[in-house]
Design a protein around this ligand. Structure first.
Ligand code: NAD
Length: 445
């Protein structure tokens, strides 16, 4: 049956886990309904003097394991159902990763590329102005997501601090300086951020894949990275970092895409050596898009041995590993039949619909699910939060070491659960998450 909306679609992953474990209907009903949905109208004085109202959302899904936690997305296609879905995924992800946070998500309907820096700053202030009463270092902790970055997180802290100062006279909100910084993660390092957060999700995804490689040997035909090819959809923060770390480990990245196009190092072009990730990033920065970085006739230098392909084509390339690292719902019942990769590492949130998930499982394609594979970001966010609360400073080396340990443990745990129960990695992830959530809910009552 085709599900009617993305939340139900994501929730059906959880329902499938119920064939293997029993949870009370009270728990199930509470996980089905987010704790709180906040809709805000955000007035912004534009540079031309006009007033524009933007619409924003914050969904707090569940906090049995700890304060609500989740990113804020700036995108023209943000909608409430999508935000609800991603808040739910955060609840599951934190439980899978063993991070003491709950699930939340936020978004503003806006194309940030059409705003000036000044307008973007005012919009970010307006969002926190409206949400200040419901977020906080021990209640709900926002973070970056698509089209938001450390600079925007610094704006969030600035506004939150201003609101706290204004309120403290009236309501005695007496947070320490560190606790105020802990209201948001993903901040610039010089403003209380943590070394290693920028690369955490991509790096964590690479660690997960490498940890699972020996177990996937028979499916892939090799556990030697040099013999494995990779295609990555999305060349933003997550896509770039996973490409960088996998290339460093010897994997051959042969296709990349962004919102404007895709490049492919086909046989006879750069297939043997793979794409040079740093050179491609430099080219993308210069040309503004990946599609500008391919061979045109004889104008083709040794580094840029690519041809341009359509975005959709990337998903069905004959590669060993496919990594969706852009938006949700890109692998559907329509295109999943054409996927040739043997393993899919989900670094985007919710890239695979539940129908597609069933098709992929039937076809023997192993999906390393988002709630496991992209949890590196929230693992390091937790370290940033602790660093702020405790007033310390972690070194990057320590952060990446702790992250590596945590991702390996989570990957081993989920693999073992999947083997023991004879289920997919996604179903095993939901089973582990449900056990942890149920335990915490029952302990609290
Ligand atoms: P980003 O904004 O830095 O990058 C997104 C990339 O996707 C850009 O290169 C964009 O051009 C590309 N893109 C957009 N539409 C596309 C399309 N139709 N085809 C191909 N590429 C397209 O965002 P990000 O932080 O890298 O996040 C990417 C995904 O990872 C999102 O789904 C996000 O929710 C998820 N995620 C991010 C983090 C994190 O720490 N940043 C953590 C967990 C999950």
């Amino acid at each position: 049956m085709v599900k009617d909306n993305p939340f139900n679609d994501a929730f059906s992953h959880l329902q499938r886990a119920l064939t293997k474990i029993k949870i009370s209907s009270d728990i199930l009903e509470q996980l089905k309904a987010p704790d709180r949905i906040i809709e805000v109208n955000l007035p912004v004085k534009m540079d031309d003097g006009s007033l524009k109202i933007f619409q924003g959302y914050r969904v707090q899904h569940n906090n049995w394991l700890g304060p609500y936690k989740g990113g804020v997305r700036y995108h023209p296609e943000v909608n409430l159902e999508e935000v609800k879905t991603m808040a739910f995924l955060m609840t599951i992800k934190c439980a899978v990763a063993g991070v003491p946070f709950g699930g939340a998500k936020g978004g503003i309907i806006v194309d940030p590329k059409k705003l000036s820096r000044n307008e973007l700053k005012k919009l970010s202030f307006a969002f926190i102005d409206k949400l200040a009463e419901t977020i906080g270092p021990f209640t709900d902790i926002p973070a970056p997501d698509v089209n938001t970055n450390p600079t925007i997180m610094a704006y969030f802290v600035e506004e939150y601090q201003r609101k706290c100062q204004a309120q403290s006279a009236k309501r005695k909100v007496n947070f320490t300086e560190g606790e105020i910084l802990a209201v948001v993660t993903g901040k610039p390092v010089e403003n209380g951020g943590i070394e290693g957060r920028t690369e955490a999700t991509g790096f964590g995804g690479a660690v997960t894949l490498i940890a699972l490689l020996p177990k996937l040997k028979s499916l892939l035909g090799s556990k030697n990275p040099q013999e494995l090819t990779v295609a990555i959809q999305g060349f933003g923060n997550v896509g770039y970092h996973v490409a960088k770390y996998l290339a460093y480990e010897g994997f051959r990245i042969i296709a990349l895409s962004d919102s404007k196009g895709a490049i492919y190092a086909d046989k006879g072009l750069g297939f043997k050596e793979g794409i040079d990730i740093e050179a491609t990033l430099a080219c993308k920065k210069e040309k503004g898009m990946l599609a500008g970085c391919y061979c045109v006739g004889s104008v083709c230098d040794v580094r840029n041995k690519f041809k341009e392909i359509k975005n959709e084509e990337l998903l069905s390339l004959p590669v060993d590993i496919l990594i969706p690292a852009a938006l949700g719902n890109v692998i559907t019942s329509k295109n999943s039949k054409n996927i040739k990769a043997k393993v899919i590492l989900e670094l985007a949130n919710g890239p695979t619909t539940s129908q597609a998930d069933k098709i992929l499982a039937k076809r023997g394609i192993v999906v390393v699910p988002d709630v496991l594979a992209n949890s590196g970001g929230v693992v390091v966010s937790y370290l940033e939060w602790r660093q702020n609360i405790e007033g310390g400073k972690y070194l990057k080396e320590d952060v990446l070491k702790k992250l590596t340990r945590k991702m390996k443990d989570a990957s081993d745990n989920i693999w073992q659960e999947a083997e023991k129960e004879g289920v997919t990695l996604r179903r095993a992830s939901y089973m582990v998450a449900l056990k942890r959530l149920t335990k915490s809910a029952t302990n609290d009552t």
